[in-house]
Ligand binder design. Structure first.
Ligand SMILES: [Zn+2]
Length: 77
């Protein structure tokens, strides 16, 4: 069964995403496997969107990141 990061949906079976935490990718945690803050994750996801869509402005990228995170188990509340 495939596992995905609870915070950003990165596929955890891929070594480049696998980190110290069971349910999160290495980009979403520190070296001890602790989940980073909501704001840090949001910035990271916004940057990730901008790699796909370089002309996306920061405000829109953050709004999309916010929306994206509402679907993630780590952030949906
Ligand atoms: Zn992640």
């Amino acid at each position: 069964m495939n596992k995905y990061c609870y915070s950003c949906s990165a596929p955890l079976e891929m070594p480049e995403f696998k980190g110290p935490a069971e349910n999160y990718c290495k980009y979403c945690t520190d070296e001890q496997g602790n989940l980073k803050s909501r704001d840090e994750i949001k910035m990271g996801i916004a940057e990730w969107f901008k790699t796909w869509q370089p002309d996306l402005d920061q405000e829109k990228a953050l709004a999309r990141a916010e929306h994206f995170m509402k679907a993630m188990p780590a952030w949906a509340k």
